[in-house]
Design a protein around this ligand. Sequence first.
Ligand SMILES: Cc1cc2nc3c(=O)[nH]c(=O)nc-3n(C[C@H](O)[C@H](O)[C@H](O)COP(=O)(O)O)c2cc1C
Length: 209
Amino acid sequence: MSLVQSFQWRYAVKKYDTSKKVTPEVLADIFESVRLAPSSFGLQPYKFLLIQDQIKLEEIGRAANGQAQITTGSHVLVVAAETNVNEKTVADYIDKAVVARQTLRNNLEQREQFINGMLSKMNVQQRITWAENQAYIAVGVFVAAAAEAGVDASPIGGFNNAAVDEILGLGQKNLTSVLLFVLGYRSSEDEFAKIPKVRKSTVEIFQVV
Ligand SMILES: Cc1cc2nc3c(=O)[nH]c(=O)nc-3n(C[C@H](O)[C@H](O)[C@H](O)COP(=O)(O)O)c2cc1C
């Protein structure tokens, strides 16, 4: 399937077939695409938490008003943004760049100062919003990668963020929940599969200026 065909095939599944599970190989392939997603300065200030603890999963389901995707999906992830992006975050990134690009740290010091300079213009809340925005980009890649692999997915923003942060102790980990993300295979009973997509036309979105 082309990417366009994959997007025509996919929809935000509301009910999954509980007998079908995404294999570790397919999951790893989707995760690899998400790992390669672009982000501002390349800092990737987020984590994708795969929830396997059944009790926490049930609590998260309740925090999402019992949306059936969470109880029927194959895999449930919590997308979380980092809340304390700081000079260490940047130093860790530069350390990786030294290795990946086989260069000396000296050669990347100007880049490090530039990134720190840009981050210093943001207050704490602005940095969190910036980190959340980066997480959303990775979620977009997640949606595409899943569809391309023939795996259904549901991004879920309708949940109590504070409750999920509490359930997972995200505050202590300097994280905050942004979205829930469910993977699996659609149930044949999911009526939403038959509903035509509602989208703006191309000219409404792309405009020549
Ligand atoms: C950030 C985000 C949050 C969403 N939150 C929910 C949600 O809480 N519950 C839900 O049923 N669908 C949710 N959706 C799915 C959208 O409603 C759906 O993608 C949109 O209506 C377009 O339909 P389609 O994806 O089926 O083509 C969310 C989608 C995104 C991208």
